[in-house]
Design a protein around this ligand. Structure first.
Ligand code: NAP
Ligand code: MG
Length: 405
């Protein structure tokens, strides 16, 4: 069989621990035999980040900007314990944070659904994709405890030193707490552009919700910016595709989400996205089945799994024990990136390969061959055999070969 050709390289970001092992297995079993894989390789594994003083992470992000599409393996975000374990000279920042800051992107998380794992919410039939505005609000707040009686004010001084606003927040008659939050129009705009682009790209409705009835300046600004950008740049395209932009209050949105069938993107402010993405992913079944893509406002893509490096399994692997780590989300990161590369470069064979790879994965699961984590989640009465990671990947390969033959 002739291998499928690529033209532009895909930016490949390798990672750490168990997912690094899986990364190689996926390439060896599911990609190299079928695709003339063309990647620009960046090793974001912690030893290489240490060696390059984290320069490799920046280089990888710039390459993502240059070529438009990347696929990333999960990486360790160092903490104190990792600094000792890896003998680090510095507690390097989260690669995901660095890449997100450079691409100015929004993260979209969507679950992979199979028939035999029913979401906890029974009427959910299609994936719900959560888009979180990962900038500002309570995550960049300034706060302190108010120790005693006194007046708290919100003051703004312009760049010439002139005080242009002063408002009393509260006249404290007793101790309490105080917090100042901000966000920026530029960041909200980028968020909106990423969301509208992604909705068009995946042909799904976009929902957005805030609490603008209570927060008449702050949340209202989010609502107005989204509306302005939608009307100016996206309304026509949405109507053409028959998809909808829908704004409502956050509490109404939560009620509608629970009653819905799924099949749309739910854009959330930072805190809402933090909380709701954990709720939605848990309700859909498993973190091991959650995909994640970072989309920049000007349409650059970075695909990855939502889970981490699965450290506990890695330590078992190092001891020579068999592991049954689920590679689904990492395979879907590859298929998502290859499909997007194919779309950008007009390579229908590559797009079709990505589709078939995903079908082969789903077929394998539907045949009851799965990793241990899923066996516990499937409906009673489903035929399910637990296999180890490489066994699972080989079963996918068999089905993929049949599809490509
Ligand atoms: P994790 O790697 O997601 O794993 C947490 C637990 O979830 C695992 O121990 C395992 O449970 C289960 N799990 C996750 N993915 C699985 C899979 N593919 N197959 C089967 N089970 C899976 O989270 P963590 O242990 O908190 O973090 C480990 C490292 O990953 C940390 O250094 C963190 O910095 C990093 N991290 C990276 C990213 C990223 O790069 N995007 C995201 C999150 C965390 P059992 O052990 O019960 O089987
Ligand atoms: Mg969270």
């Amino acid at each position: 069989m002739e291998k499928i050709k690529m033209t532009t390289p895909l930016v490949e970001m390798d990672g750490d621990e168990m997912t690094r092992i899986i990364w190689q297995m996926i390439k060896d079993e599911l990609l190299y035999p079928f695709v003339d894989l063309k990647t620009e390789y960046y090793d974001l594994g912690l030893p290489e980040r240490e060696k390059t003083k984290d320069q490799v992470t920046f280089d990888a992000a710039y390459a993502n900007q240059k070529y438009g599409v990347s696929v990333k393996c999960a990486t360790i975000t160092p903490n104190k314990q990792r600094v000792e374990e890896y003998n680090l000279t510095e507690m390097w920042k989260s690669p995901n944070g660095t890449i997100r800051a450079i691409l100015d992107g929004t993260v979209f998380r969507a679950p992979i659904l199979i028939d035999s794992i029913k979401p906890a919410v029974r009427n959910w039939k299609k994936p719900i994709t959560i888009a979180r505005h990962a900038y500002g609000d309570v995550y960049k707040a300034t706060e302190y405890r108010v120790p005693e009686e006194g007046k708290a004010e919100l003051v703004f001084t312009d760049k010439n030193g002139k005080e242009s606003f002063r408002k009393t927040i509260y006249d404290f008659e007793c101790p309490g707490v105080l917090q100042g939050q901000y966000n920026k129009d530029d960041s909200i705009r980028s968020f909106a552009d990423s969301c509208f682009n992604y909705a068009i790209n995946t042909k799904q409705d976009l929902w957005f919700a805030t609490k603008d009835t209570i927060s008449k300046q702050y949340d209202q600004t989010f609502k107005l910016i989204f509306k302005e950008i939608y009307d100016a740049d996206y309304r026509e395209k949405f109507e053409e595709l028959g998809i909808e932009y829908f704004y409502t209050l956050i509490d109404d949105a939560v009620a509608r989400v629970i009653r819905s069938e799924g099949g749309y993107i739910w854009a959330c402010k930072n805190y809402d996205g933090d909380v709701m993405s954990d709720m939605v992913s848990t309700a859909f079944g498993s973190l091991a089945m959650m995909t994640s893509v970072l989309v920049s406002p000007n349409g650059q893509y970075e695909y990855e799994a939502a889970h981490g490096t699965v450290t506990r399994h890695y330590y078992r692997y190092l001891k020579g024990e068999e592991t049954s780590t689920n590679p689904m989300a990492t395979i879907f990161a590859w298929s998502g990136a290859l499909r997007k590369r194919g779309e950008f470069d007009g390579l229908s064979d590559l797009v079709s390969f990505a589709d078939k790879l995903e079908e082969a994965c789903i077929d394998t699961l539907n045949d009851g061959i799965m990793t241990k984590d899923l066996v516990g989640l499937v409906e009673k009465g489903t035929k399910a055999t637990a296999v180890n990671t490489i066994g699972f990947i080989k079963a996918i390969r068999e089905r993929l070969e049949a599809k490509l033959a």
